[in-house]
Design a protein around this ligand. Structure first.
Ligand SMILES: [Cu+2]
Length: 107
């Protein structure tokens, strides 16, 4: 009996995981202590990343290629950007030159 329950649970988990990979995906990056965490994030195309500013100061999330920019993200604010193309997208905070991160988007 326990064996059948285990198979069922594993099956449900597999369905949940598969469903997620075909649906809208989301990921998040924390901004805290003047750093992006994780500094490097790997996602699949179509993923929306939500940056959450947990600092008590404003930051920006600015793509180094100039095609995307959050503008000012206030303390406790957030910014979202969807990545539709594969590639490596480096970004920084335009207020604090030590703050850098990258998004690696795979097909
Ligand atoms: Cu900053």
């Amino acid at each position: 009996m326990n064996r059948y329950i285990s198979v069922f649970v594993i099956g449900m988990a597999a369905i949940a995981m598969t469903g997620q990979s075909f649906g809208e995906e989301n990921a998040s990056v924390q901004i805290s202590n003047f750093a992006f965490s994780p500094e490097v994030i790997k996602v699949k195309t179509g993923t929306t990343i939500n940056w959450i500013n947990a600092d008590n100061t404003a930051h920006t999330v600015t793509g180094n290629d100039g095609t995307w920019d959050s503008g000012r993200v206030k303390a406790n604010g957030a910014y979202s950007h969807k990545f539709d193309k594969a590639g490596t997208f480096e970004y920084h905070c335009s207020y604090h030159s030590s703050m850098n991160g990258s998004v690696i988007v795979s097909p």
